[in-house]
Design a protein around this ligand. Structure first.
Ligand SMILES: NC(=O)c1ccc[n+]([C@@H]2O[C@H](COP(=O)([O-])OP(=O)(O)OC[C@H]3O[C@@H](n4cnc5c(N)ncnc54)[C@H](OP(=O)(O)O)[C@@H]3O)[C@@H](O)[C@H]2O)c1
Length: 425
């Protein structure tokens, strides 16, 4: 460890004993929200880990922007924990560590979703481990469950609420807050960053779904393969109508095996009341794994926070202290399917005159869209028409939507949200 690293308060306390022969030396890259919580947890748990593991984890070095030397930390560590975030230099550091035969733990979803292929391939070639439980759904142990407990289970589909910020905002909007009020509340409560764009655009959830899809289906899914849509354009109105249809609105990530390949996507979704994700509220995360052989498993818990995330990171460190198993090779290459079937909620502001409903129905019928339920409300000279459509190929639904948008009685652009309306059995 460098002299400067030793001067950091957390490091000095954590390594006060100094590394001994039975020590498991952990080099830490990043000492922010999660990194600093990890140092505290490591100190608190070291005695117990030593008792059941025979080796004591000690902090052997710490790198931030202003302290520590990467090469020295690498040379003096058995394992590296990367909690810096971002792509570079995290990618270069991890590749260097893996090539040097060191196990690595990372919570970096952006890096894994964009450079997972070269990182996992390097780990496999070198026979070392790259663990990343905290990169998806915080402390919810979905990575371990998919990698180990369900490794013999053919998975059909995963649904996830994997972004706590957006789930908090949608929960507040369901209680009547506007999008702007809910976002401000999320920022006040520490659930949203000053710049929330990665969360509210769906990009953060898309990165996590790319990682989950890789795990569940053994396919090299890149962030660019994930279609995503955020929550910025949602209206309080949509949530009120959702209530009328007894549906709850969530930002849901889906990864599913389809005839011809794999679809991975993130978008606002209306859920029927019995769906396991419909009761997940506030900043919580949850993931549902569906398979014909096991029906369905749902895991939920805190999706972020320093101490919570640090606990998942330390779990990975402990599992890496057990003698290594081979990192399994990528199982199969599935083609990404762009067009999938979804049910839809459709919201239209129209002129209140005879024949409007019939024309909308005709356009929908032309594309094969069949309507399950309709609510119509008069608003003086205008009317609001809200429908739920049965599942249809998305391309056909959006073709109908474009045609409807061009009808002369439309008072604003029609809005659509996907709906999950049936239980998986
Ligand atoms: N926060 C959460 O609740 C949470 C949850 C799940 C996953 N994660 C993931 O955990 C990782 C860390 O998140 P965080 O919230 O702890 O981040 P953070 O608070 O911003 O801390 C980042 C740390 O990394 C250091 N760092 C950044 N760039 C560096 C560079 N180029 N060279 C050396 N050090 C550098 C920073 O150094 P300085 O101290 O010098 O600035 C800081 O100590 C990210 O990948 C994030 O996505 C976070």
């Amino acid at each position: 460890m460098s002299a400067r690293a030793q001067s950091a308060p957390g490091v000095a306390r954590a390594s006060a004993r100094g590394p001994g022969s039975g020590d498991f030396r952990v080099g830490l890259l990043g000492h922010g929200t999660v990194g600093s919580a990890f140092v505290v947890l490591l100190q608190q748990r070291a005695d117990e880990i030593e008792r059941f593991n025979g080796r004591r984890p000690v902090l052997s070095g710490l790198l931030t922007r202003t302290q520590g030397d990467f090469e020295q930390i690498l040379a003096g560590s058995d394992l590296l924990v990367e909690l810096m975030g971002g792509i570079e230099p995290a990618r270069e550091y991890l590749l260097t560590a893996l090539r040097a035969g060191k196990d690595v733990v990372s919570a970096n979803k952006q890096l894994l979703s964009q450079h997972g292929e070269e990182l996992f391939e390097t780990a496999r070639e070198r026979g070392v481990r790259l663990r990343f439980e905290a990169a998806v759904a915080g402390v919810v142990p979905v990575v371990r469950v998919l990698e180990e407990s369900l490794s013999a289970t053919p998975i059909d589909r995963i649904h996830g609420i994997v972004n706590g910020t957006t789930n908090f905002i949608l929960t507040e909007m369901t209680k009547g807050a506007s999008y702007a009020e809910a976002l401000a509340e999320a920022q006040r409560s520490g659930y949203a960053e000053a710049d929330p764009s990665d969360d509210v655009s769906g990009r953060d959830a898309a990165a996590k779904m790319a990682i989950l899809a890789r795990l569940a289906f053994g396919a090299p899914v890149h962030l660019d393969d994930v279609r995503y849509e955020g929550i910025e354009h949602l209206h309080g109105d949509d949530l009120q109508y959702a209530k009328e249809f007894r549906l709850g609105l969530k930002l849901v990530g889906t990864a599913e095996r389809l005839a011809g390949g794999l679809s991975v996507r993130v978008h606002p979704t209306l859920l029927y009341p019995g769906h396991p994700l419909s009761s997940v509220s506030g900043p919580f995360n949850a993931v549902t794994v569906e398979s014909r052989t096991i029906t369905e498993i749902t895991m939920s818990g805190p999706g972020a926070g320093g101490p919570q995330t640090a606990s998942a990171v330390l779990g990975d460190v402990i599992s890496a202290m057990i003698p290594p198993a081979q990192t399994p090779p990528t199982r199969e290459r599935l083609t990404i399917v762009e067009d999938v079937e979804s049910a839809f909620y459709l919201h239209m502001e129209v002129a209140d005159r005879p024949g409007v409903l019939a024309q909308v129905a005709q356009v929908l019928g032309l594309q094969g869209v069949s309507i399950k339920s309709v609510v119509q409300k008069g608003l003086g000279e205008n009317a609001r028409l809200v429908m739920v459509a049965h599942p249809i190929l998305e391309s056909r639904f959006f073709a109908a939507l474009e045609m409807i948008a061009g009808l002369d009685f439309m008072r604003s652009r029609p809005r659509a949200i996907r709906v999950i309306e049936a239980e998986y059995v």
